[in-house]
Every structure is written in structure tokens, then in C-alpha cells.
Design a protein around this ligand. Structure first.
Ligand SMILES: CC(C)(COP(=O)(O)OP(=O)(O)OC[C@H]1O[C@@H](n2cnc3c(N)ncnc32)[C@H](O)[C@@H]1OP(=O)(O)O)[C@@H](O)C(=O)NCCC(=O)NCCS
Length: 142
């Protein structure tokens, strides 16, 4: 796992665009590398997965996580979350939170495999083309 900087912003944006309907561009990614914790994993010399987390005192939140389409189901998402959790713990963060759309089965399965528990539900939180979908809030003690 490597720390991402503004140099990686374009690659982060490209993976994000493959992964979400409402994607964040390279400028936004560059801003995140300045103010948040951004980590990635390379495969064959190119960024293949990344995570962005914000921190406030002893709590942190996953703002986004994505794996490039061709690199999915190879354990990169799990590796990122586990290594990021260790890194946060070493920086005295005690709890990690995230929100995920209730219909995102892949992400929910991933979070459960690395020890996140569902702690809440926000109805109609995300907008979809044909309506709205709830967000589930997950947390993990570090
Ligand atoms: C969710 C996402 C980050 C998972 O990344 P990944 O690198 O493919 O995940 P991993 O290979 O580490 O998967 C780890 C485990 O999560 C679960 N999982 C991952 N993808 C899954 C899928 N499509 N269906 C069911 N379970 C899945 C499995 O338990 C998997 O373990 P296994 O492969 O041994 O069965 C990836 O699918 C992605 O980028 N999706 C689009 C962006 C997104 O939805 N991000 C989360 C927003 S909250």
C-alpha cells in the first residue's frame, strides 16, 4: 500500500469514473490528497485500487474506495481496508466508519469480510436514476 499524492489524482479519477455514476474529477482527487488520507495499491506499475479516508480526532471515515474494473475480485479492496485500518490504529484512531448504498452488494460483502458491523440505516440517502436508495452505516473498532 502506498500513500497517494496529487501526482496520482488523474489515475484515481479514472478508477472512480469506472466505479460510480457521480464521479470525482482529478481536481477533486488532488484536493483529497492534500487534506485526507489517500492510499493505493499498484498492479504492474499502475494504480489499481485506492481508498480515501478523512480523520477527526480518534475517528475516521471512508469517503470512497474503488478497484479498477479489470482488477476486481483479486483481494485488493480487502487488502486496502485491512492495511488502512492498521495504519489508522498506529495513528491512534479507534473507530472507522463508512456509508454504503443498500443495493451495493459487492461493497457490503467486502465490508463484512473485514469486520465491519452495520450500525444504522439512512432511508432514501442516495439518488438513483429511478428513485432513491438507503445508505447503511458500518463501523469497525480498530
Ligand atoms: C467494492 C469494491 C471496492 C470491491 O473491491 P475488490 O478489490 O474487487 O474486492 P476484493 O477482491 O478485495 O473482495 C474481497 C471480498 O469482498 C466480497 N466481494 C467483493 N466483490 C464482490 C462481488 N462483486 N460480489 C460478492 N462479493 C464480493 C467477497 O467476499 C470478496 O472475497 P472473495 O473474492 O474471496 O469471495 C469494488 O467492487 C468496486 O470498486 N466497486 C465500485 C465502487 C464501490 O462500490 N465502492 C464502494 C462504495 S461504498
Amino acid at each position: 500500500m502506498k500513500t497517494l499524492t496529487a501526482v496520482d489524482a488523474r489515475d484515481m479519477a479514472a478508477i472512480h469514473a469506472q466505479s460510480f455514476d457521480r464521479s470525482w474529477d482529478a481536481l477533486e482527487m488532488a484536493a483529497h490528497t492534500q487534506k485526507d488520507m489517500c492510499f493505493g495499491i499498484d498492479v504492474d506499475g499502475a494504480l489499481a485500487a485506492f481508498i480515501i479516508m478523512s480523520r477527526a480526532a480518534d475517528q475516521a471515515e471512508v469517503l470512497t474506495i474503488a478497484t479498477a474494473v479489470q482488477a476486481r475480485r483479486k483481494g485488493l479492496g480487502r487488502a486496502l481496508l485491512m492495511e488502512a485500518a492498521l495504519e489508522l490504529k498506529s495513528r491512534d484512531v479507534t473507530d472507522l466508519f463508512l456509508e454504503v448504498a443498500e443495493d451495493n452488494a459487492a461493497a457490503i460483502a467486502l465490508y463484512r469480510t473485514v469486520g465491519f458491523d452495520a450500525i444504522g440505516r439512512r432511508p432514501a440517502y442516495y439518488r438513483r436514476e429511478n428513485g432513491r436508495v438507503a445508505a447503511l452505516t458500518f463501523s469497525k473498532k480498530l
